[in-house]
Write a protein that binds this ligand. Structure first.
Ligand code: BGC
Length: 244
């Protein structure tokens, strides 16, 4: 069965059709930049453009970069404040005229690696850490999702949240080398290890494909592996979330 998965981030909104039996993306990924305002109405228009692009008629799965409870936005993170307490599921369903299931974007990416990727059959506490505009986390215990963990929100030194120190957007903004940035990532992972003591950490987002450039800076005891589904994990997991 093919389901449309849409992964919404602070810089891009990406969609693709996914075979949810195999976890494969069966179309090219289609990406539209996230509107600069990051406001609900404008983002809903882009959402509709993506469903139109695929000429799709069926349930849609969506990963969204905030806490999402029963389809409602419960934090604003890197989006416009007007998202808070808004029913994302209703907004997007009304915009495209299709049933939409919305979950947190890192939880969605985690679904993909746990069901089809490197996290398959892993026991214990497995964390999917997504590194992009912000830092997201998807926590899975014995393969089952513990939704809406927010490890990127840990305060660190002068930073209100450690994602303001370690996200990929910061690496780009401060023009950090992968070695410099890798040390920051290690600082974050050390905190994560101290707080939740995971059995495995899987790294997702665009930086996962450059893992060899900062692997040496990662010095924690917990095994850390890059998600081989890379940037597609969010789309694949979003689609898979529809049938969960
Ligand atoms: C948000 C998370 C999200 C992450 C990645 C953070 O700023 O708080 O909910 O998963 O960014 O997009």
């Amino acid at each position: 069965m093919e389901i449309l998965g849409i992964d919404i981030g602070g810089s891009g909104m990406k969609g693709g059709l996914v075979n949810i039996e195999t976890g494969e993306l069966v179309t090219e990924r289609f990406r539209i930049p996230t509107p600069a305002s990051r406001k609900p109405e404008e983002m809903a228009k882009v959402f509709k453009e993506i469903t139109n692009h695929f000429d799709y008629n069926g349930p849609v799965g969506c990963g969204f970069p905030t806490i999402v409870k029963h389809g409602v936005c419960k934090s604003v993170s890197n989006l416009n404040k007007s998202w808070l307490n808004l029913d994302i599921q209703k907004l997007f369903s009304d915009a495209c005229g299709l049933p939409v299931t919305v979950i947190n974007d890192a939880d969605a990416a985690g679904y993909a690696v746990i069901n089809y990727g490197i996290g398959k059959n892993e026991q214990g506490l497995v964390l999917m850490i997504t590194v992009g505009t912000g830092i997201g986390s998807g926590a899975f215990f014995n393969g089952k999702l513990i939704p809406n963990s927010e490890l990127g929100q840990i305060p660190y030194k002068k930073y209100k949240k450690i994602e303001h120190y370690t996200a990929d957007s910061i690496r780009k903004k401060e023009d950090l080398s992968f070695t410099e940035w890798g040390k920051r990532l290690n600082t974050f992972l050390e905190l994560v290890e101290t707080i939740v003591c995971p059995d495995l950490i899987i790294l997702g987002g665009g930086v996962s494909k450059h893992f060899d450039k900062y692997e040496k800076q990662i010095r924690i005891e917990t095994p850390v592996k890059p998600a081989e589904l890379g940037n597609h994990a969010g789309i694949i997991g979003a689609a898979a979330a529809v049938s969960k």
